[in-house]
Design a protein around this ligand. Structure first.
Ligand code: ADP
Length: 423
């Protein structure tokens, strides 16, 4: 770890150490890099480029005083510079700017190297952008990445060409199974469809693909044409699920790691979604390889909705889901607390079956939006089992009203207005 003894620093170095400039990630950026130096300190840089110059540069570090001073000085020097020049800033430049005999030279090297890597990342993205065959925008990759095989490159191009026709992509996550993630995904997708939006619902919950049952599509099989695999249409909603590939609901899905990844990739890349306003992705639960593949393959997700139940054990997993999103820079649209109390259908009295309020507390604690709580409602389970969508079939119920309120910020996002506080 770096030096924390500010007495050894020049006044300018201690100012940068104590009040680092440009500290914290950029929400919109063109290049990003993260490097851990031999001393164990990690630095992360973000650069936003405009007309060939670094319009904004930001960094974070888990190191102490000297790391902060070097990161802060490197961002200060680089801001406003042409990208090529910023990429060639050296350790010496950072040290000279911090004043005489800066004690921790390796921190300056780490800052210069991380800045350089972020600039290179931005340049690579710029070079990659070329006209896409499907939307005629600058979104498809034109050149293979270093070491990328022809096949991987063709697949990547295919994936980008599909995804660029989908305006908004939202993933529904949960720390574990059985908390109502698919229920939220289905009702969200249907609510947006009922608003007149073109919506896709992709179920990649490999171990428990419940969406065919929830939508009464269990007997459907998928086909394809020259443009790819055709999703099943349900009114205006296009649906694709791992479940359509299984001969019977009882078929255990015993695919191994790489096969699972291939299925997820194939669903994103080969399904002919056409033009969509929004794709809702029902992700496998947890924070393992499968949700990671979903988030990485899609790349520019609008955000994640995290579903939990209110009790402590489930809430512990939410913390992991939030950290997972933050690491992958997926904006968190909010936490939904499901099964929060049972509302008696006869007298309306609320009985707390699971302990209450855990989802709200964790959202407050981790400073992410809380979207609301859905009570346990036997009609939800009944709707799911009978292939009806609750928010549509029980539209007049008080629980459906609660669901609509929860969905409202996401509907605003799809309408084109950013949710007020996605983080
Ligand atoms: P997950 O996708 O997290 O595994 P599901 O959405 O499949 O969870 O929900 C599991 C079961 O719980 C389903 O049978 C569903 O109908 C039921 N369920 C979900 N939310 C509620 C609720 N608020 N009230 C009653 N039943 C619910």
């Amino acid at each position: 770890m770096g030096c924390n003894n500010l007495k050894m620093f020049t006044p300018i170095a201690s100012e940068h150490a104590m009040k680092p400039h440009n500290y914290g990630p950029l929400s919109k950026f063109d290049g990003h890099a993260r490097i851990t130096g031999p001393c164990g300190d990690t630095m992360e840089f973000w650069v936003a480029v405009r007309e060939g110059k670094l319009e904004r540069v930001a960094f974070i570090t888990d190191g102490c005083g000297s790391s902060r001073a070097c990161g802060s000085m490197a961002t200060t020097l680089a801001e406003g510079m042409r990208i090529e020049k910023a990429a060639s800033l050296r350790q010496r430049d950072v040290l000279d700017a911090l004043g005489d005999h800066f004690p921790e030279e390796h921190c300056a090297l780490l800052a210069a190297n991380t800045l350089k890597a972020a600039c290179e990342d931005a340049r690579q993205h710029r070079e990659e952008a070329t006209t896409c065959t499907t939307c005629a925008k600058q979104c498809a990759a034109s050149t293979p990445k270093k070491g990328e095989s022809d096949r991987d490159f063709t697949n990547r191009q295919k994936l980008q060409s599909r995804l660029c026709r989908i305006r908004h992509k939202i993933v529904v996550l949960s720390g574990k199974g059985g908390v109502g993630k698919s229920t939220v995904a289905v009702n969200l997708a249907m609510a947006l469809t009922l608003m007149g939006k073109k919506v896709g619902l992709l179920d990649v919950d490999i171990h428990g693909p419940s969406i065919p049952t929830m939508l009464g599509l269990e007997d459907k099989t998928i086909g394809g044409d020259k443009d790819g695999i055709l999703p099943i249409s349900l009114g205006g909603l296009k649906v694709m699920s791992v479940g359509f590939l299984l001969k019977s609901q009882d078929d255990a899905v015993i695919w191994r790691g790489p096969m699972k990844m291939n299925v997820i990739r194939q669903f994103l890349q080969d399904v002919d979604w056409g033009d969509l306003d929004c794709l809702i992705i029902d992700s496998p639960p947890g924070t393992g390889d499968e949700p990671l593949s979903v988030c990485k393959l899609i790349g520019n997700l609008d955000g994640a909705v995290i579903v939990t139940t209110p009790q402590k054990v489930a809430v512990v997993d939410v913390r992991k889901s939030i950290t997972f999103c933050r690491k992958l820079q997926v904006p968190i649209l909010g936490v939904v607390e499901n099964m929060n109390g049972f509302v008696c259908p006869k007298c309306g009295e609320v009985t707390r079956i699971l302990s209450a309020g855990g989802g709200k507390r964790i959202a407050e604690d981790m400073e992410v939006p809380f979207l609301g709580s859905i009570p346990i409602d036997p009609m939800i389970a009944e709707a799911c089992d009978s292939g009806q969508v609750f928010i549509q079939s029980y539209a007049a119920s008080s629980t459906a009203k609660i669901m609509r309120t929860i969905i409202e910020p996401i509907a605003l996002l799809v309408e084109g207005e950013a949710p007020h506080d996605a983080v």
